[in-house]
Design a protein around this ligand. Structure first.
Ligand SMILES: [Zn+2]
Length: 150
């Protein structure tokens, strides 16, 4: 996909992250799932409940059997989590793999603020998911998280 498309959708995810209510214990993240240039679903941190992650919120709006997921791209402002503080809920990395999404685009990697070593990108790549980072948008993706220790 050409760069301008990646920027368009990541800016959409950043806009969604701004809608996430800021809290001291978690990041504000936005996510968009796109296929064939069409927005399939969006999500942001704490959208459905206080523990809700952005990718989780977006995926919950789609039928897991939706065939478009097999060629979709997930845009997330932050690296999908590989471990969760809420142990009863599946990490987003596992959700992406379960959905069969083949491509993930992120703006910044999870810092060690809450989880010492996030290996979301590594885990996704190990399972054949293409992961692209857009460091040029990292600053904008972090802007609504400045109250946290980064
Ligand atoms: Zn997550």
């Amino acid at each position: 996909m050409p760069e301008p498309d990646h920027h368009h959708w990541m800016n959409r995810a950043i806009e969604l992250a701004r809608r996430s209510p800021p809290v001291p214990g978690a990041f504000s993240v936005g996510a968009v799932i796109v296929a064939d240039g069409v927005e399939l679903a969006t999500g942001f941190s704490r959208e459905a409940d206080p523990k809700n992650h952005a990718e989780e919120a977006a995926l919950a709006k789609l039928d897991p059997a939706d065939p478009r997921l097999r060629h979709a791209t997930l845009y997330s402002t932050l690296e999908p989590c590989s471990e969760r503080a809420t142990k009863t809920r599946l990490p987003c990395t596992d959700r992406v793999l379960a959905a069969g999404i083949p491509a993930v685009v992120i703006a910044w990697r999870e810092p060690a603020t809450f989880v010492v070593n996030c290996v979301g990108v590594e885990r996704l790549r190990e399972h054949g998911v293409r992961v692209l980072e857009l460091p040029e948008l990292a600053e904008a993706a972090m802007s609504m998280n400045r109250h946290l220790e980064l």
